[in-house]
Design a protein around this ligand. Sequence first.
Ligand SMILES: CC(=O)N[C@H]1[C@@H](OP(=O)(O)OP(=O)(O)OC[C@H]2O[C@@H](n3ccc(=O)[nH]c3=O)[C@H](O)[C@@H]2O)O[C@H](CO)[C@H](O)[C@@H]1O
Ligand SMILES: [Mn+2]
Length: 213
Amino acid sequence: MVGHKVNYYVFTDQPANVPQIPLQEGRQVVVLEVRNYKRWQDISMHRMETISNFSQQRFLREVHYLVCLDVDMKFSDHVGVEILAPLFGTLHPGFYRGDRQSFTYERRPLSQAYIPRDEGDFYYAGGFFGGSVPEVYRLTMACHQAMMADQANGIEAVWHDESHLNRYLLYHKPSKVLSPEYLWDEHMLRRPPLLRKLRYVAVPKNHAEIRNR
Ligand SMILES: CC(=O)N[C@H]1[C@@H](OP(=O)(O)OP(=O)(O)OC[C@H]2O[C@@H](n3ccc(=O)[nH]c3=O)[C@H](O)[C@@H]2O)O[C@H](CO)[C@H](O)[C@@H]1O
Ligand SMILES: [Mn+2]
């Protein structure tokens, strides 16, 4: 986002371990402490709560747009203001060629993330969405409340926050849908020639080691 002001809000339970990185003018890292959870699924899901809380507390005053990203990724090509829109999502790299039958939406009607078999436009990735702060506030608030309702009913959506994001974006259509160039995993998927650039890519990690501590 060259030429624009950018705040990088980093959520962590270990603020002291966030390295200091020299940045260009107009950029700053803001480290925001969040609580820890035992299960990685809870850490991932509670990002919705964290984003909605901080939106109200400060993001609404501090920025125009929010881009909500997984942390285990790196920028590997240009990502600029072309992504911005009132509400945007990104096609999940594993499903952009599939039809809706193949999407791994939540299929149990008991869950607030339920999507019937004959509905659905796209399968969106949990790791790259955003929009204006008020829109992201509404989205994250709705997803968090839906996840709390699921918890009260003893159910957890198959892909956690991603399932709830998909349900929200089905009934609140995003004004922009980004290509999987904006979220790719080179270790899981071979890059098709039609994708000339990979802009934000997963960093390899040992899931078993990280997730089962
Ligand atoms: C690339 C992509 O679309 N990722 C989605 C996919 O997760 P992934 O399989 O990419 O899961 P993940 O291990 O990256 O966890 C999701 C995110 O939660 C955060 N985290 C998780 C564990 C931890 O110990 N500490 C921590 O900070 C971190 O930002 C991480 O990137 O499915 C998840 C739900 O199942 C989320 O919807 C992710 O957004
Ligand atoms: Mn990830």
